[in-house]
Design a protein around this ligand. Structure first.
Ligand SMILES: Cc1cc2nc3c(=O)[nH]c(=O)nc-3n(C[C@H](O)[C@H](O)[C@H](O)COP(=O)(O)O)c2cc1C
Length: 146
């Protein structure tokens, strides 16, 4: 297993950052924001994650990936979202378009205070929880073996 890096935009509640840190522990990967990400060529595996906003990855992450030059190496995609089954494939396609081989994707629920849910105090309070973070660690462990 070579060097790994995790690039994460987590602006709403830090939900995705917590997932990223759990994965980062397993992969010995630093977790950075797109602004901090540098020298991508040095890494064999790079994770890209954010919360889901209006059914899409955060624009900052999408714009960062869109602006990358041609890449090689492996990538993975992850997200937290209030609602189940977020669409992860657009980010995977974007990365593949840049030349990455997308190894796998991961998502879990995250505390969500999007306007309609704010009225009821938000949904998925406490998420990601210990079970979600354990699943994130297990996902990261699986990446090491693929
Ligand atoms: C403005 C806004 C829009 C959102 N849109 C969606 C959505 O379309 N689908 C969904 O499942 N969750 C949606 N969410 C919930 C976030 O995806 C969820 O809270 C996520 O865990 C935030 O990640 P972060 O704390 O790492 O930024 C939305 C939240 C906000 C604030």
């Amino acid at each position: 297993m070579g060097k790994a890096l995790i690039i994460c935009t987590s602006v709403s509640h830090g939900n995705t950052r917590r997932v990223a840190e759990a994965m980062g522990e397993v992969l010995a990967a630093p977790v950075v924001s797109p602004d901090e990400a540098d020298g991508l060529d040095d890494y064999d595996l790079i994770g890209f994650g954010s919360g889901i906003f209006l059914q899409k990855f955060h624009p900052r992450l999408r714009e960062f990936v869109a602006s990358l030059p041609r890449q090689q190496g492996r990538a993975f995609v992850f997200a937290t979202s209030g609602l189940p089954s977020p669409r992860l494939s657009p980010m995977a396609r974007l990365l593949e378009g840049k030349g990455f081989e997308v190894a796998d994707t991961f998502s879990c629920r995250g505390f969500d205070t999007w306007a309609p849910f704010k009225l009821v105090g938000g949904i998925r309070k406490g998420r990601p929880d210990g079970t979600d973070l354990a699943a994130a660690r297990s996902f990261a462990g699986g990446l090491e073996r693929t």
